[in-house]
Design a protein around this ligand. Sequence first.
Ligand code: NAD
Length: 353
Amino acid sequence: MAKTYGFGVVGTGFIGGVHGDAIAGMPNAKLVACCDAVEASAKRFGEKHHCDAYTDLDEMLKREDVDVISIATPSGMHMEAAVAAAKAGKHALVEKPLDITLERCDAILEAHDKAGTTVGGIFNGRFYPTAQLFKKAADQGRFGKMTFGLAYGPWWRSQKYYDEGGWKGTWKYDGGGAYMNQGIHTVDMLQWLMGPVEWVNAKVDMLAHKNVEVEDTGAAVVKFKNGALGTMACASSMYPGHFRIIEVAGDKGTVAMADTNFFFWRFAEETPEDEKVRKEYLAFPAVGIGADDPATGVTGERHLPNFADFLQAIDEGREPLVSGPESRKSVEIIVAIYRSSKTGQAVELPLKS
Ligand SMILES: NC(=O)c1ccc[n+]([C@@H]2O[C@H](COP(=O)([O-])OP(=O)(O)OC[C@H]3O[C@@H](n4cnc5c(N)ncnc54)[C@H](O)[C@@H]3O)[C@@H](O)[C@H]2O)c1
């Protein structure tokens, strides 16, 4: 019989609740504990999701029935919980971004490597059926010579979102804005489809909000290792915000995706499957997942396949689809984007420091 994994959620704010719902939807998972720095938040979550509440992570990690820690604390605090999990011999599933600097990401990867535990990231968008079809077409070489990629996240966040204070919009705990917080899903999707980035040349700015440290608008020219060019443009300054667009083109095909749908799917060498894909998935979504508010369309149901793959990976002794190193890739691209904007120069990857 397949093992049932005991989960502890760290960080019981908005996305912690989404984790709770995802865990509840899996037959081989049981949420046994939760932890938050704010006692009232941990207690509220514990009551809603029927698990024990903690304010001390080390106490929660002592529990033998906790196998996996899912981490939903502010982005620049992921490392502490992920490293503590490894030291306690627990697997860790970490929200995006893995953390906000490469040093912090590497500390997570090294700790789990040393402990022999599994670490994975959350990029729930990779698990959409359309994203899986898109990836399959890319891996099969159906685009021919890839020439251009577009990652476009035209999102909106209100001034109130930033004014509420806390960690959002701070360099220290958010690690950036339109790219590191909102746009990272978009950046990740394009690099996943088109492969490693060779260099970026970017500019970011704060254009539509007041008293916020980080950027709300950014445009990057990207050169991929396979020779293709691309654009990664992300914003939280584009009222009212709409669906993200990912497009990959080559000399034998072009696919364009709007959130969970396609609006273009054409190849020089078509198969009968292509017409089926167009029939099932050609449509524009109404607003966009997360486009106008972090909570729009972000659900446990959409996180569930990411969680399920993580447990299956542990069962099968393989890396999860969104492994720790996979989750680090978009952080590296975004750090390079920020560096390029600051220096006015193109920045080559991999970054040396
Ligand atoms: N995958 C997605 O679609 C998605 C969507 C939204 C947020 N996120 C990510 O989830 C993470 C959390 O975002 P959120 O919107 O839920 O934030 P939030 O502010 O709603 O929740 C964060 C929680 O962490 C708690 N916390 C802070 N420091 C802590 C500590 N040291 N130990 C334990 N708990 C602590 C806070 O009290 C709060 O309850 C971020 O990294 C964010 O980027 C992912």
